[in-house]
Design a protein around this ligand. Structure first.
Ligand code: BMP
Length: 260
C-alpha cells in the first residue's frame, strides 16, 4: 500500500526518524496537516501569531532572517510556544553553499539554527556535500532536512532530472526526511512532502507565487503537509478563523485521500 493511503498515525509508528515520528504523532493528535508560514517582520508579531495560530498547526515555519529584532529570547519563547501548543519548528533557510560553509551557517552565526529548528531545508545545487555538511551538525542533535525538489513559483527551474536527483540523494541519506514540492516523490522510504503555495482558491501573487488548493495538493498529489502564509494573516484576515479553515480543509483532503 502506498504511503499516501496510510494514516499519519501508522506511518509515525513505523518511522525510523525521531523528528518525523514526533511530527506524525502531533498531526494525528491535533488533526492538522497545516503549517503556518509566519513571514512577519518583528519578534512581537511572530510570537503573537505563533501563540494565536499555534493550536491549529503541526509545524511553524520561520524565516528568522526577516525578523528585525531577532534575539536569543525569541528562540526561547518560540520553543516554549512549541511545547505549549504542540508543534514543530521548521526554519526555511534554504541553504545552498558547499558543505563546509553550510555547516558553519547552520550551527553558528547569530541564529544558531541547529539549536532550535527541528527541521531545515537546502537546495542540492552544490551536490551531495551540502547534505553531508548539514548532517554533521544536525544529525547529533536529532534534526531533519528537507530537499527543495521543486518550488511553487512561476518559471522555477527545479524540474526533470534535477528533481529526480533530489529524490535519489534523499533516498540515500538518513538525515533527509523529505521534500519541499508539490506531490509525493517516492515509495522507497517514507520521505514526507511539505507544499507551499497553498490557497483555498487557485491564484497567483504579483511576484510569481502560484497557489493551489488543499484538495489538489493533499488528495490528488499525495503531499503530506500544506504550508500557508498570507492566506492566514494577509490584509483584512482573521488569522485564527483562517487557520481553522485551512486546518479543516487540509484534514478533510487527507481523509478523502486515505478513504479512496
Ligand atoms: P505565502 O503562502 O504567503 O505565499 O507564503 C509561502 C511561504 O512558503 C513563504 O515563506 C515562502 O518563502 C515559502 N516557499 C514558497 O512559497 N515556495 C517554495 O517553493 C518554497 C518555499 O519555502
Amino acid at each position: 500500500v502506498s504511503f499516501s493511503q496510510q494514516t499519519y498515525a501508522s506511518r509515525g509508528e513505523k518511522h525510523a526518524h525521531p523528528v518525523i515520528k514526533q511530527l506524525f504523532a502531533t498531526m494525528e493528535r491535533k488533526k492538522s496537516n497545516l503549517s503556518l508560514a509566519a513571514d512577519v517582520g518583528t519578534k512581537a508579531e511572530l510570537l503573537e501569531i505563533a501563540n494565536k495560530v499555534g493550536p491549529y498547526i503541526c509545524v511553524l515555519k520561520t524565516h528568522v532572517d526577516i525578523i528585525s529584532d531577532f534575539d536569543r529570547d525569541l528562540v526561547d519563547q518560540l520553543q516554549a510556544l512549541a511545547a505549549k501548543h504542540d508543534f514543530l519548528i521548521f526554519e526555511d533557510r534554504k541553504f545552498a553553499d558547499i558543505g563546509n560553509t553550510v555547516k558553519l551557517q547552520y550551527g553558528g552565526g547569530i541564529y544558531r539554527i541547529a539549536d532550535w529548528a527541528h527541521i531545515t531545508n537546502c537546495h542540492v545545487i552544490p551536490g551531495e556535500g551540502i547534505i553531508h555538511g548539514l548532517a554533521e551538525v544536525g544529525m547529533p542533535k536529532g534534526r531533519g532536512l528537507l530537499l527543495l525538489a521543486e518550488m511553487s513559483s512561476k518559471g522555477m527551474l527545479a524540474t526533470g532530472t534535477y528533481t529526480d536527483k533530489n529524490v535519489e540523494m534523499a533516498v540515500n541519506n538518513d538525515f533527509v526526511v523529505g521534500f519541499i514540492g508539490s506531490r509525493r516523490f517516492t515509495e522507497e522510504r517514507d520521505l514526507i512532502t511539505m507544499t507551499p503555495g497553498v490557497g483555498l482558491h487557485a491564484s497567483d501573487d504579483a511576484l510569481g507565487q502560484q497557489y493551489r488548493t488543499p484538495e489538489q495538493i493533499i488528495t490528488e498529489n499525495g503531499s503530506d503537509i500544506i504550508i500557508v502564509g498570507r492566506g492566514i494573516y494577509g490584509p483584512g484576515k482573521d488569522p485564527v478563523a483562517e487557520a481553522q479553515r485551512y486546518r479543516e480543509a487540509g484534514w478533510n483532503a487527507y481523509l478523502n485521500r486515505i478513504n479512496l
